[in-house]
Design a binder for this molecule. Structure first.
Ligand code: CU
Length: 654
């Protein structure tokens, strides 16, 4: 490979991106140096093992990736707005739809989910951290470096272009000799290890670290949704790892797992990919369901209607998610009986989902509904998700799917469930837990503008795409002629995408504005909420709970019950009047960061077949593991005086 291929050049848009990346990086370096922030950045953030800070880093990374994936989307919508456009060439269009999908699912939706888990779960169950804080930091840095590796492909080597699913034969060496697909495989592998570790970490945290007295059936519904999600992650991600490893062997080792000519079978890839891929949909949507359950009950001033049926339907959805994967390729020709099985199993998922929707509506019924921003996202979600869900049942009708397969009907469907479900859900969660993270509320007026832009833009963008699907417009085409009659629908759809982009800009404005002017939360409980995370001051102190709450005999919604019991001093209801004790706490560590860097080096080396560099990277990873194994000084005790002083600073006498 020579230099002219190494650096992606030739396209003014890429040149512009190169220049803006360099300018932005220099700007950040300047600010960090000028304000002498390097030490702070290293001590407080890059080496942290605190779940709350890791959660905040996930939020920042996810919003950056939402921007990147959003720019991809806007570029595609501009290209498709009119027939015969020459805004993007075919090859460039292929790269952009590939990175859009890969980034939005793996590097935007996933970290947003991990952000919410990190921010809320330990606080919600009355724990001082996750079960394995060090592993948690490793998870974050593997995700982050994986995301950076994929993004690097934009300026170095060239982006992947075989779709976010990377189906062979298109992703095989013979048809795709450049480094793009290598970036794809290796970035997914690196971040995938982190995702699997997160699943294990949170499953153990929820099972083993709940406050004394909190039974499984007392857990908040968000915690239940993360329990279900963690189980799906643990069962699904290894399949993705394996299918990527096999593709890697095909490309690097001359394997023939998926090459027809060598006796392999490309459909095996498709099956394995979706055995991960369909559960993945529930990995990103069940946490949103959990957030909606919290938000609806808090802002209706009621208990969640049908708690037990909520838990059962969560677990049923998680279970069913393993038996539906063939609905992504009914047209494979597996036969009527196989297709029937998967059609019926897919439609079955509508039942527990419907149960949840009715429960949310019944929770609001006769409640005192308060229109806060989290509630707006939740109310926007319900009709959006109904449209997306109903078209999902239409897609599940196997014979009819021969008509919709791979056309814009499908595109509209999955964008509607993923935006209406996951994205709206994470925005609800972000605005709900924001005061607990930062100690102030986000501005509601700007939030309303953001919400209405997203909500209206969503319908304007995707409803016309259903029609386009019926009119025969297939996905991944980069242009079309006037004779098709698709032009007006495409133009409207593009306008909708821009409306959503304006919504995103409002959110950026909202965050910047609220940092300065947002209403400060001095109570720790700005929403008059129900669960334990609101019993401590805002922002949550680094050790979370000065005294671990004891909820024996209280049942669900322990904080709400405590407030009913003793309105003036609810905190006393939750904790026993024991003397404060020193808190056992993990020390920060730079090893997770360096492990991420070494994985990045290894991934970059293998992408370009520079074996020496790959080996150096992997050796570095090994060195990190060995170093950690011989570290004995990994934790300490926070003295009582420091706990008392921290609480006093946050306005709480102990
Ligand atoms: Cu599916």
């Amino acid at each position: 490979m020579n230099n002219s291929h190494f650096f992606v050049t030739g396209d003014p848009m890429i040149l512009g991106a190169d220049i803006s990346i360099i300018v932005a990086s220099l700007g950040i370096l300047f600010v960090l140096t000028y304000f002498k922030l390097w030490g702070w950045l290293w001590r407080e953030w890059l080496t942290t093992v605190d779940h709350k800070k890791i959660g905040i880093m996930y939020v920042i990374a996810a919003l950056l990736m939402l921007f990147r994936g959003g720019v991809d989307a806007i570029l595609m919508r501009i290209q498709l707005a009119y027939p015969n456009m020459h805004f993007l060439e075919a090859e460039h269009y292929n790269e952009i739809f590939t990175t859009h999908g890969t980034i939005m699912i793996l590097f935007m939706a996933m970290p947003l989910i991990f952000a919410m888990m990190n921010i809320a779960i330990p606080l919600q169950i009355g724990a001082r951290d996750v079960a394995y804080p060090f592993l948690n930091a490793i998870s974050f840095w593997l995700f982050f470096m994986g995301a950076m590796l994929l993004n690097l492909s934009f300026v170095i080597g060239g982006s992947p272009n075989a779709g976010w699913v990377g189906y062979p034969p298109l992703s095989e060496l013979a048809l795709n000799p450049g480094p793009g697909e290598n970036f794809y495989i290796l970035s997914i592998q690196i971040s995938g290890i982190g995702s699997l570790a997160t699943g294990i970490n949170f499953l153990i945290t929820i099972l083993k670290m709940r406050a004394p007295g909190m039974k499984l059936m007392d857990m908040p519904l968000f915690t239940w949704s993360i329990l279900a999600t963690s189980i799906i992650i643990i069962a699904a991600f290894p399949v993705l790892t394996i299918v990527m490893a096999l593709l890697f062997l095909d490309r690097f080792g001359g394997g023939h797992f998926f090459t027809m000519t060598g006796g392999g079978d490309p459909m095996m890839y498709v099956n394995l990919f979706w055995i991960w891929g369909h559960p993945e949909v529930y990995i990103v949507v069940l946490p949103a369901f959990g957030i909606f359950s919290e938000v609806v009950s808090v802002f209706s001033k009621k208990r969640t209607f049908g708690y037990t049926s909520m838990v059962v339907s969560l677990m049923l959805i998680a279970f069913y998610s393993y038996f539906t994967w063939v609905h992504h390729f009914f047209t494979m020709g597996a036969g009527a009986d196989v297709n029937t099985f998967f059609a019926v199993s897919t439609m079955l998922i509508a039942i527990p989902t419907g149960v949840k929707i009715f429960n949310w509506l019944l929770t609001m019924y006769k409640g005192r509904v308060k229109m806060t921003e989290p509630m707006l996202w939740t109310l926007g979600f319900i009709p959006c998700f109904l449209v997306g869900g109903a078209t999902g049942v239409m897609l599940a009708v196997a014979p009819a799917d021969y008509q919709y397969h791979n056309n814009y009907f499908l595109i509209a469907h999955f964008h509607q469930v993923l935006i209406g479900g996951t994205v709206f859900g994470m925005f609800a969660g972000l605005t709900y837990w924001w005061p607990k993270m930062f100690g102030f509320k986000l501005n509601l007026t700007l939030g309303k503008w953001a919400f209405w832009c997203w909500n209206i833009g969503w319908y304007v963008c995707f409803m016309p795409q259903y029609a386009l699907g019926f009119m025969g417009m297939t996905r991944r085409i980069y242009t079309y002629g006037w004779d098709r009659g698709w032009a007006p629908y495409n133009l409207v759809s593009t306008i909708g995408a821009f409306i959503m982009a304006i919504g995103f800009l409002f959110q950026v404005w909202q965050i910047v504005y609220s940092i300065k002017y947002g209403e400060r939360d001095t109570t720790g409980d700005p929403w008059d909420a129900h669960t334990l995370e609101w019993s401590i001051p805002s922002p949550a102190p680094y050790y979370n709970f000065a005294r671990v709450p004891d909820v024996t005999g209280v049942g669900k919604d322990a904080w709400w019950e405590a407030k009913k019991e003793n309105e003036k001093d609810a905190y006393r209801e939750l904790v026993k009047e024991e003397p404060l004790e020193p808190i056992h706490y993990p020390k920060n560590s730079g090893i997770p960061f360096f492990m991420g860097v070494f994985f990045f080096i290894a991934g970059f080396g293998f992408t370009f077949h520079w074996i020496w560099m790959g080996v150096i990277g992997l050796a570095g990873v090994g060195l990190c593991l060995i170093t950690r194994s011989f570290q004995y000084d990994t934790d300490y005790y926070i003295p009582v005086e420091e706990i008392r002083a921290t609480e006093a600073r946050l306005g709480r006498e102990l």
